[in-house]
Write a protein that binds this ligand. Structure first.
Ligand code: SF4
Length: 250
């Protein structure tokens, strides 16, 4: 007896379609905080209704993040608005500060193919910084799932308390990163968000946005690259790019 195996492309398409239907919720009707963090030209094209639906590869990539949200969140996200700007932190916790019992921590769940080997937070603190401003706090938390764990270094790691961590290659890892923003830097970020918002809104009249207004890695993941946009060497850097890792919270 021989086991017959055939790849079933119809079944593949049907499953992707089911995932797409379950998860393609409508985006915010207007400009959102996320639009201000990533490529401004891409945000402008989205607001013009020129963004195509995600292709199958994008759906598969997003599905890890959606799964993490479903499994981790206490309840559905709430869409909020501040000065006409949409935002939706995944959760809001209380900081349990006896001197300031109302103080909040804005929380976001992230999934990534990056290695967990170091605290490479990219532009996530920029997004959370916007939520923190909107919620009147300077505290945030990233709950991050590293799909393929630690790669790029499979040696045992000696931690600050002297214990040795033996990494398991290519197994998912989870890290919670607590962020504390400097108030002055946070206010500066608020002004920068305002600049980006005015630029995107102004583009409705000017029909253009400078090509430098994105991170250099964004074009290769963008549905407009080589189509509605030539791409370009993005010059944007994370606003909160200078991070200082401190002792772990046990
Ligand atoms: S191709 Fe690059 S510059 Fe153009 S919209 Fe996409 S991310 Fe932005």
């Amino acid at each position: 007896m021989v086991l017959k195996v055939r790849r079933n492309r119809k079944a593949e398409r049907e499953l992707i379609e089911r995932i797409r239907e379950k998860n393609t919720k409508g985006r915010d009707p207007g400009i959102s905080l996320t639009d201000l963090v990533y490529c401004s030209r891409k945000s402008y094209l989205r607001l013009k209704g020129e963004t195509p639906p995600p292709d199958d590869d994008a759906i598969l990539t997003f599905s890890f993040g959606w799964a993490m949200h479903w499994l981790s969140e206490r309840g559905p996200e709430k869409r909020k608005q501040i000065e006409g700007l949409w935002y939706s932190p995944d959760e809001i916790d209380l900081a349990l500060d006896p001197e300031n019992p109302e103080k909040k921590i804005v929380v976001d769940f992230k999934g990534t193919r990056k290695s967990s080997a170091k605290a490479d937070l990219g532009a996530w603190p920029d997004q959370l910084g916007g939520y923190a401003l909107a919620e009147g706090t300077n505290l945030a938390r990233l709950q991050t799932l590293y799909y393929v764990g630690q790669y790029g270094g499979k040696s045992p790691v000696t931690k600050s308390d002297g214990t040795v961590e033996i990494p398991t290659p290519f197994s998912p890892q989870h890290r919670a990163w607590d962020l504390e923003y400097d108030e002055a830097e946070l206010q500066g970020w608020g002004r920068e968000l305002g600049r980006r918002r005015r630029m995107i809104e102004g583009a409705k009249k000017l029909e253009d946005i400078p090509l430098s207004e994105h991170f250099d890695w964004e074009c290769k993941y963008c549905p407009h690259w080589g189509n509605k946009c030539p791409g370009g060497g993005g010059e944007r850097l994370p606003w909160f790019g200078a991070i200082e890792t401190q002792e772990d919270i046990p």
